[in-house]
Design a protein around this ligand. Structure first.
Ligand SMILES: *Cc1c(COP(=O)(O)O)cnc(C)c1O
Length: 387
């Protein structure tokens, strides 16, 4: 049997896979089982921040593997402590809780908000406002937070205590704050799975004010937007706000599973021993990978991310077959005249990997993709969009 056949027989059929088996790569080039090469503009859904088989990252990870691969949270471990320190120093947050995925990082944020509600107003104040068209994860509770009914189907009852406001509609949000017993507001600043839709800056600023006035935790889901993806280390920096909680995952580990929930001043005292935990959380190998990733997201890299972003917007805005281009940094959605699935398939045939978000073609290239490779890939994509 081929790997594709074994996969079809033995893997639970929750994924509609492309007909490509990836076996290796270098940087932004990956290759399949037949040796066909692709320029990768998807990075395993914004995970391989520095592409594939990056030497510095590999070195950091294998050096830690040679020392100790896992400690549990019963003991101190250096990469985990240093990673928390780095995250706090670079964001202004105060403390970090580590887990293994975006969904878990978000579960932690939800716990924090509920604890905050209990503490400030009483147990009945447990409702969290999220946005319609959001995506916060696949556990039952993060699905409940997700403001898209299609994800709830088959799995009801959802966890109680989530209401969904219309993005960029401060009146709707204000009405929900008034009519529900709330403890927090939880947002993506660029809705990723929802179609790469950045929120209006004025709306986000108003939400921050609303949260302050009503003593609600302002929590930002940076699982996808974080770690340099949008052209700043975290997207909140570009929205002129200071969140109470920031969650991240995807690109943080550079390819290893790690989630982080960062607690600001108003959240840092909410947890006490026993209130949350994770066997693998803060794993030293994943933490070493994340430390390596963060050490390389400096001003120079971020300005190159913004430059590459501007190049892509310039190349695609108003191009033949393109209805609209949205996004921030190297997180870009293209609304095409052709069916997005067909554009993606044709790009694959021509050696370019792009992915989908809703009805859009989504680009999430490596932060360090060489300009020449980016240009080659965008030219091919442009030709396919124009067909
Ligand atoms: C991917 C994603 C998640 C879920 O992350 P997992 O690691 O798959 O659990 C949550 N929120 C946002 C914004 C995401 O993009």
């Amino acid at each position: 049997m081929t790997i594709k056949e074994i996969d079809k027989q033995y893997i639970a059929p929750t994924y509609a896979r492309f007909n490509v088996q990836l076996v290796g790569g270098k940087g932004s080039r990956v290759w399949d089982e037949n040796g066909k090469e692709y320029i990768d503009l998807g990075t395993g859904i914004a995970v391989n921040a520095f592409g594939v088989a990056d030497e510095k990252w590999q070195q950091a990870v294998t050096a830690q593997l040679g020392k100790i691969q896992h400690t549990s949270n019963l003991y101190y471990n250096e990469p985990c402590a240093l990673l928390a320190q780095t995250l706090c120093q670079r964001t202004g947050m105060k403390k970090v809780f580590f887990s293994n995925s975006g969904a878990e990082a978000n579960e932690c944020a939800i716990k924090l908000a509920r604890k905050h509600g209990e503490l400030t107003k009483g147990k009945a104040y447990y409702t969290i406002i999220t946005l319609k068209n959001s995506f916060h994860g696949r556990t039952i509770t993060t699905l409940s937070a997700t403001g898209q009914d299609v994800f709830h189907e088959h799995f009801t009852p959802m966890t109680d205590g989530f209401v969904h406001a219309t993005a960029n509609d401060i009146e709707d949000m204000t009405a929900l704050v008034k009519t529900h017993k709330c403890c927090g507001i939880f947002l993506e600043l660029v809705q990723g799975e929802g179609g790469v839709m950045p929120l209006d800056k004025a709306f986000v600023k108003e939400v921050e004010k609303l949260a302050k006035e009503n003593d609600l935790l302002l929590m930002i889901d940076e699982v996808q937007t974080g770690n340099g993806r949008t052209g700043s280390l975290y997207a909140f920096e570009q929205f002129d706000i200071m969140p109470d909680v920031i969650t991240t995952a995807k690109g943080l580990g550079g390819g290893l599973p790690i989630g982080a929930t960062m607690l600001g001043e108003r959240a840092e005292t909410l947890f006490a021993p026993g209130l949350n935990g994770s066997t693998f959380g803060g794993n030293p190998v994943c933490s070493a990978g994340a430390l390596s990733v963060l050490s390389r997201i400096d001003d120079e890299l971020l300005s190159s991310v913004r430059e590459k972003s501007a190049y892509i917007f310039d190349a695609l805005k108003g191009a033949k077959g393109v209805k609209s281009v949205s996004g921030l940094g190297l997180m870009i959605g293209i609304e095409s005249e052709r069916d997005a699935g067909e554009v993606i398939k044709d790009c694959q045939d021509r050696g370019v990997l792009v992915i989908k978000a809703k009805n859009k073609v989504r680009l999430l290239p490596a932060l360090n993709i060489p300009f020449e490779e980016l240009k080659t890939a965008i030219n091919i994509l442009k030709e396919e969009l124009a067909k």
